[in-house]
Design a protein around this ligand. Structure first.
Ligand code: ZN
Length: 335
């Protein structure tokens, strides 16, 4: 019974999905997909994450078939609930495995998007040693090459740039990562999703992008709910940045509803992205450890937003239109 309400609502939502015909594309692990086919997104989730560190990680640490077996039912669940596009945010050296994602996409019919870029948060534990010596331009060349030729020998292309910085003022190395992301964006049109948290590094990153000629529209402020003052989210959104509220779980539904209401009151519903940051098959644990599914948005948040009089059109904006715009392959230059 518990699925009936969200399902009826999502059918209504899907019937409205095509109201906005856009010409652009997103890049999935199975190639380009037109924006009128991208449907409802989950914009920040994970399949496999390996916390061993860049110096020790290797694909031999996991068994692809076992990971796929474990994760498949969770993806089938969200497909049934109306999700069409799943953005997998695990970067290289943290367990990014495009072949697993392709297999999961083939089995479920979901569009799955992977990424290029490096993850500097957690004091660079997930940064490969060579990256410290290379210039921003050299790093960008590596990421652009993945866009042009695919990741490794897989032929699978990234659909966005994922970077991560520490939660305080940017270090010199993290500034270099952001600059590399800006250079990559200008060559590829891939959007930059940066694990950020609080406002200080968020605005510092927007400043670097501006200096490099990249518009805030190309930047997703990942984990924006870790910034406690909504005024800063409003300020960044007014500049054009995407505000990613991406740690939705059973315990914070009301918090999310309140924050989304504040952004709505400021006419900024068109800058909000929603997701769970869930999943996490951890190869260091037996059978990947405890796995968090991706259904809270559909089963809990949507009914709560409907109760607060959010219209079908507004929810379509949050789940369909905003993510399509955010992940569209498109160079956004600062005028
Ligand atoms: Zn994440």
């Amino acid at each position: 019974m518990k699925f009936i309400y969200p399902l009826l609502f999502i059918l209504l939502l899907l019937s409205q999905c095509n109201t906005e015909k856009r010409k652009g594309i997103i890049m999935t692990v199975n190639g380009p997909v037109h924006l009128d086919q991208s449907g409802i997104f989950l914009t920040h989730e994970h399949i496999l994450v390996d916390f061993i560190g860049a110096d020790s990680i290797s694909e031999s640490r996991w068994d692809r078939a076992k990971v796929i077996n474990k994760c498949l039912p969770y993806l089938r669940q969200i497909k049934e609930l109306g999700c069409r596009t799943f953005v997998e945010c695990t970067p290289a050296y943290l367990g990014r495995d495009p072949l697993i994602l392709k297999s999961l996409s083939d089995s479920t019919g979901l569009n799955i998007i992977t990424n290029t870029g490096y993850y500097g948060a957690h004091n660079n534990k997930y940064i490969p040693a060579f990256a410290f010596d290379e210039s921003a331009d050299q790093l960008a060349q590596r990421w652009i090459k993945e866009w042009e030729n695919g990741i490794g020998v897989s032929g699978i292309k990234p659909g966005f740039i994922k970077i991560a910085v520490n939660s305080d003022s940017l270090s010199g190395f993290h500034k270099k990562l952001v600059t590399a992301a800006a250079l990559t964006h200008l060559k590829t049109g891939l959007t930059i999703a940066s694990h950020t948290g609080p406002a200080v590094p968020a605005f510092e990153q927007l400043d670097i992008l501006e200096k490099e000629g990249v518009a805030p529209e190309a930047f997703i402020w990942v984990h924006a709910m870790n910034e406690k003052d909504p005024a800063n989210l409003i300020k960044a959104a007014r500049k054009g940045a995407w505000i990613s509220l991406d740690n939705l779980n059973e315990t914070n539904i009301l918090e999310y509803v309140n924050l989304i209401k504040i952004l709505k009151q400021n006419n900024l519903l068109n800058k909000v992205l929603l997701s769970h940051d869930a999943g996490w098959y951890d190869p260091a644990k037996v059978n990947g450890g405890e796995f968090r599914g991706y259904t809270t948005l559909f089963e809990k948040l949507l009914p709560a937003l409907r109760k607060e009089k959010f219209s079908v059109k507004e929810i379509n904006q949050l789940l369909v239109i905003n993510p399509a715009r955010a992940f569209e392959i498109k160079v956004s230059r600062k005028e």
